[in-house]
Design a protein around this ligand. Structure first.
Ligand SMILES: [Zn+2]
Ligand SMILES: [Zn+2]
Length: 340
């Protein structure tokens, strides 16, 4: 089979490799769509517990091509989305009931072969059938949707809360939709891209604020003028340290500040501990997903989450360099999907 193989950080090629064989409860999946995500950029640079050599791609859906002898849940030809992660069940974090922090997490596309290949192996317990009207591209977005469901679990928005979210990329637009469904009153979304803001408005009923790189104070002024009372929930979905550092400015007393985007590991920000103390601000982190995949599948199969318009570009495996350049450059693409 053909696969995008990284021999080490920054070194990749599309190569012919052996097609894996499904044994036991394993399923051989013919990958039809695999989402490209900012995490893939971190993996490209060798961060985010990446283990090389590696076939990346952690957001994938496809058709069941073959099944191991013990498989009972799916059959050849089924259209499914795959949860890429499995906790070990044996480490201290797993034994303490916090498998999200498993120290030996099996994560396809991060430290195990992923979906940037014609085929990949997935245990049947991590496969979920797609409804008839759900495309493979939408199916590939169920993994980021599961991250957004986890985000909502972390944020626990109250009906009537006001929320501000920086960043309207693929996962951000899913989170914004879930915030709207969770009963948020005012949902303001700020982003550089007019295209992404239009989607935030249409798909999540958001009020939008344009961010301009050349005039960084413009959105700050606009936010403070339009929303002088501040927000109950202020979310970073960009991963940009400067944005994260600015979150307290838009919070009203008692607010939650949410770090949802992936910042560089070595990044540091300056915040005022007195401000956190005096205004009783809470800082929340929302990392990845585990155990939220079944709910994400329901939200997508039922049509509650609107994902179709998020996929703005598809690439063959040979287009990886192009896809990587576009996602690294913070361009106008909302969600890019590889179609191996
Ligand atoms: Zn991702
Ligand atoms: Zn574990």
């Amino acid at each position: 089979m053909r696969a995008l193989v990284y021999s080490g950080p920054g070194e990749f090629a599309v190569r012919e490799v052996g097609t894996p064989v499904a044994r036991g409860t394993e399923v051989l999946l013919r990958v039809r769509a695999c989402g490209v995500c900012k995490t893939d950029v971190h993996i490209h640079h060798g961060h985010f517990f990446a283990a090389f050599p590696l076939i990346p791609g952690h957001e994938f859906a496809g058709e069941v091509a073959a099944v191991g002898k013990a498989v009972t849940r799916v059959k050849v030809g089924d259209r499914v989305a795959a949860d890429n992660q499995a906790a070990c069940g044996r480490c201290d974090a797993c034994r303490s009931g916090t498998p999200l922090f498993c120290t030996r997490m099996y994560a396809q596309g991060v430290n195990a072969p992923g979906g940037f290949a014609e085929y990949t192996l997935v245990d049947e317990t991590r496969l979920y059938p797609l409804a008839d009207g759900v495309s493979f591209e939408e199916g590939a977005l169920i993994e980021p949707a599961a991250c957004a469901v986890h985000g909502i679990d972390v944020i626990t928005p109250r009906a009537g809360d006001d929320a501000l979210q920086f960043g309207a990329g693929g996962t951000g637009l899913i989170l914004a939709q879930l915030l709207r469904h969770a009963g948020v009153a005012t949902l303001a979304v700020a982003d550089l891209s007019a295209r992404k803001l239009a989607l935030a408005e249409r798909l999540a009923g958001a009020e939008t604020v344009a961010v301009r790189r050349d005039v960084p104070e413009a959105h700050d002024l606009e936010l403070k003028n339009r929303y002088s009372g501040g927000f109950d929930i202020v979310i970073d979905a960009t991963g940009a340290p400067a944005v994260i550092q600015s979150l307290p400015q838009y919070a009203h007393p008692g607010a939650k500040l949410v770090i949802y985007g992936v910042a560089p590991e070595e990044a540091r920000i300056a915040i005022s501990p007195y401000d956190i103390f005096r205004r009783e601000l809470t800082i929340l982190g929302s990392f990845s997903q585990l155990g939220t995949f079944p709910r994400a599948v329901k939200l997508v199969n039922s049509g509650v989450l609107k994902l179709k318009e998020l996929v703005t570009h598809t690439f063959p495996l040979e287009g990886w360099a192009d896809a990587l350049a576009r996602i690294s450059g913070g361009s106008d693409e909302v969600k890019m999907v590889m179609t191996p």
